[in-house]
Design a protein around this ligand. Structure first.
Ligand code: TRP
Ligand code: ZN
Length: 470
């Protein structure tokens, strides 16, 4: 009895051993599925686990006549685990084919998740290439806070904007700010249209069939929400700032007044920002001015913020420019860290004012405490409604406390540490996390370390406190 039992038990164990040995020697890798989201506290399904994108090559043809987009996305990524399958975020559109490492891959879609199952599992550490052919009429998303993002038609064209999750309406990707990558975006449009994207225009060429191809190159890491593609009958102006940053500004013809408004000071503002925050983080700067009414907000799309109509105030241009350091170069680790974007960009507006014979930052700060709209026209907002580092939900991530109370946090630090330490902190923060990601805990630790001050009360009262500070 006994030997037989032993033999029967031994067999499955031996078989299992054989399978494992086969996995190691036979070239087949043991992978598991990558996560379908990165569990962002506000947008849990945004982004995907198991890989890190290094580069997106997007080849997009768009015709404003029929509103159809034809796309090919080549995504180069590094597997962070053995992968049997992985996800890309994609909303709407039709997927025509998916290849991984040159071989047809199986795929399926549920919600905004495109799950790709490569013919062979991917090995941890492997750099792999995914090619997605897709097309259709891209959609506009309505955010939890009611604002529109994604693909927006503009009258004579369209624009792709993606804060926080709209980029998945026009290209598949790992759409969470924690996975930054370089981009090459080529836009092919009917002759007579301009097509504008992030970074530098490498070439503009005849694409046949009465079309022009614009090849844009963005070498610095970029979060997906900061990618843009704008198609329209823009008037283009190029130039350089005093220190040599290349400028490219595309303005809708009906917004020609932009040329003589606050946007005309952009070259000077780039130099000012560099003196306050450290070297401008990108090779190019500029703007995309859409026809007024196309969007209800401006967005800090990398190197070329998007404006809905000619910006009417210096503060708006300074705000979007300041995001290039704070948000675009130093990007939030999650959407909970939004105040690291908006508090800093708002504080930059106060600083510009202070440095150009307007109200000082101290006066802006006081105006909010007093609700004095003579000094700051947003001083009567409910800036105190919640702590900037903990918005109550996804519909509040762009609310006044994130912007204004966020800026007040910075001013409270300045009051504690003095100007010299404070400006060194702004520059040091931008330098330390240049082209990377950062979170709130990283900032509070850095602020205390770099200034040598205990700032716990500032964090408790201004950053995390539920009560209205005074
Ligand atoms: N982040 C943009 C800025 O500050 C503004 C913005 C983008 C926004 N999307 C939004 C504001 C949605 C309110 C709602 O420049
Ligand atoms: Zn902003």
């Amino acid at each position: 009895m006994e030997p037989r039992t032993r033999a029967r038990l031994a067999l499955p164990a031996a078989a299992a051993l054989l399978v494992l040995t086969g996995a190691c020697t036979g070239g087949a890798v043991q992978g598991r599925p990558g996560a379908s989201g990165l569990r962002d506290p506000y947008f849990p399904k945004a982004g995907n686990g198991g890989y890190d994108v290094q580069h997106y090559a997007l080849d997009l043809a768009y015709d404003p006549g029929d509103g159809l987009l034809h796309g090919k996305a080549v995504i180069t990524a590094r597997a962070e685990q053995g992968l049997s399958s992985f996800n890309l975020d994609l909303a709407g559109l039709r997927v025509d084919s998916v290849e991984v490492q040159g071989a047809a891959a199986r795929y399926n879609r549920t919600g905004n998740e495109l799950t790709v199952r490569p013919a062979e599992d991917l090995e941890k550490g492997e750099v792999f290439r995914t090619e997605v052919a897709y097309g259709g009429k891209p959609k506009t998303l309505t955010d939890p806070d009611g604002s529109q993002e994604g693909w927006i038609t503009t009258g004579d064209g369209a624009v792709g904007v993606g804060e926080p999750v709209g980029s998945m309406t026009w290209f598949p990707g790992n759409h969470h700010p924690s996975d930054k990558a370089a981009y090459d975006i080529t836009l092919t449009v009917p002759q007579g249209y301009e097509a504008v994207s992030n970074g530098e225009l490498r070439s503009r060429s005849d694409a046949g069939g009465g079309r022009t191809a614009f090849a844009w190159h963005n070498p610095e890491p970029m979060a997906g929400y900061l990618a843009t593609a704008a198609v329209g009958r823009f008037t283009v102006t190029t130039g350089r700032t005093a220190s040599g940053v290349a400028l490219y500004t595309a303005v809708a013809p009906q917004e020609a007044a932009a040329g003589s408004g606050p946007l005309a000071r952009l070259p000077e503002m780039v130099e000012w920002g560099s003196s306050r925050f450290g070297p401008y983080p990108f090779g190019t700067a500029g703007a995309i001015v859409l026809p007024a009414g196309s969007l209800s907000y401006a967005l800090e799309t990398q190197t070329k913020p998007v404006y809905a109509g000619a910006p009417g105030e210096d503060g708006l241009v300074v705000h979007e420019l300041a995001h290039q350091w704070f948000g675009d170069s130093v990007s939030p680790e999650s959407w909970k860290d939004m105040w690291l974007n908006e508090g800093f960009a708002t504080y930059a507006e106060w600083l510009w004012d202070e440095d150009h014979e307007g109200a000082t930052a101290e006066e802006h700060f006081q105006a909010f405490l007093d609700g004095d709209t003579d000094v700051d026209d947003e001083a009567d907002s409910d800036w105190y409604a919640f702590p900037p580092a903990a918005p109550p939900g996804s519909e509040e991530i762009s609310d006044p406390p994130v912007y204004h109370r966020g800026a007040m946090v910075l001013h409270r630090i300045r009051q504690e540490v003095g100007d010299e330490e404070f400006f060194a902190l702004l520059r040091g923060w931008a330098a330390d996390h240049r082209h990377g990601n950062a979170d709130t805990a990283g900032f509070t630790a850095y602020a205390e370390e770099s200034t040598g001050h205990d700032l716990e009360k500032v964090w408790d009262v201004w950053l995390y406190g539920q009560k209205r500070p005074h």
